[in-house]
Design a binder for this molecule. Sequence first.
Ligand code: NAP
Length: 311
Amino acid sequence: MKPEALVLAPLPDFLMQPLQEVCVCHDYFHAQNKDILLNEVSTHIHAIVMAGGSVAPVELLEQLPGLKIISVFGVGYDGVPVDYCRQRGIQVTNTPDVLTDDVADIAVALVLMASRRLGQAERFLRAGEWARGAFPLAQALRGKTAGILGLGRIGKAIAERLSAHGLKIAYFGRHPQQVAYEYYDCVKKLATASDFLIVACPGGMATKHLVNAEVLAALGPQGTLINIARGSVVDEQALVAALETGSLWGAGLDVFENEPQVPAELMGSDRVVLLPHVGSATHETRLAMANLCVGNVAAHCSGQPLLTPVF
Ligand code: NAP
């Protein structure tokens, strides 16, 4: 008999089809009445499959006595109560590495778009304004400093790319690393030293609002905030205020605190570049992520070592 899985997110066909070969899947995300579904299947559930942005609350996991594995389709697992899972012996897997290049590319795109005001420049041309005069001058990259908050897999890939654009790299994390970049032991000091502050650390309670009003003030009126990590890391209201008062040059954001809601003040601001969480959104990468996500469930169900365990 196939093991049973609860699916907590809308997942693509190229993930669901191979998953259904491994498990009987129950669509919790789309279920009209989640309580009825849980009443019917909760005692049979062996696996949870979810996306990076979805949440698996402890209250739900407590109703699944046979749960053995949570497989996240994404590298960020801030929606998983990891300590609880560790205590209960529930294994947690994610999809690291395969998305690193795509997400780093989007970070660089946001740096370029924000510094050169490319979104605004395109809107300027399409509105027919070019005939009335040239687009205002923007900011160069060469010689500037990019401060990376979270120099992990994605942070390092961003650092390599921005080094090639002539930027100096600095970083903050909980530990200094054996790298050629300058380490700062607090976010505010990193922001003070940076022209671009690039958020690339995990989300969750440990990093909630790490980028607050004080950090944005330290980044300063010539500074730009880039966030490709999680919306929760940035205090969005403080960001709106900094943009409105001109105490920040601009921002490039792929992620938001309450996705898919984006604050009206950001939607109306020409100083920000806004993307709908597309960091890993390419055919090639999403397929590689799907293979890892299903591969972890399959490995677990057949007693093989997990491909990418979180702990
Ligand atoms: P990673 O390799 O684990 O790197 C995370 C980095 O953050 C590490 O260098 C770590 O360094 C640092 N860090 C961890 N906790 C921290 C804390 N409390 N304060 C400061 N720094 C901290 O992860 P990754 O693969 O690069 O992915 C990073 C994040 O990107 C993911 O967690 C995910 O949320 C996000 N992401 C977004 C998208 C998108 O579509 N926009 C796609 C993929 C990933 P220390 O251990 O030294 O602190």
